[in-house]
Unconditional design. Structure first.
Length: 122
């Protein structure tokens, strides 16, 4: 998800359109899309803070900074696990052709090159 939130939203809209979801598939789709949007929103917010000067409330030492990064990564993993759970529920409702479409569209959202850049403090 290196792209903006808006691009993730567009990719979700394209995926939804391509899947041609039945009424029974709408709720699993809604949950999946909501989880992806929340994750994309968090990444967007994080990117907006990169490069901003540290506030007075920022951690005072290196160990506290490490703790802050660990907590951020834990939150990211939790969000991805929630997306995975929602994707499993959605996939359980999809036909074989819909799964092929979903595979392609999900790759456009979660490709290895789409992960946010690492912030090196060196």
């Amino acid at each position: 998800m290196t792209d903006s939130y808006e691009q993730t939203e567009l990719r979700l809209a394209l995926m939804e359109s391509d899947l041609r979801l039945s009424s029974e598939q709408q709720e699993p789709w809604r949950v999946f899309a909501q989880k992806v949007r929340a994750y994309a929103s968090d990444l967007s917010r994080e990117r907006a803070h990169i490069g901003l000067p540290l506030s007075e409330a920022a951690p005072a030492n290196g160990v506290q900074q490490i703790d802050k990064v660990i907590e951020s990564e834990r939150n990211r993993v939790s969000e991805l696990e929630a997306i995975r759970t929602a994707a499993d529920a959605l996939y359980a409702t999809l036909s074989a052709d819909q799964k092929k479409t979903a595979d392609t569209r999900i790759q456009s959202i979660f490709s290895p090159g789409s992960l946010p850049p690492r912030r090196d403090n060196n």
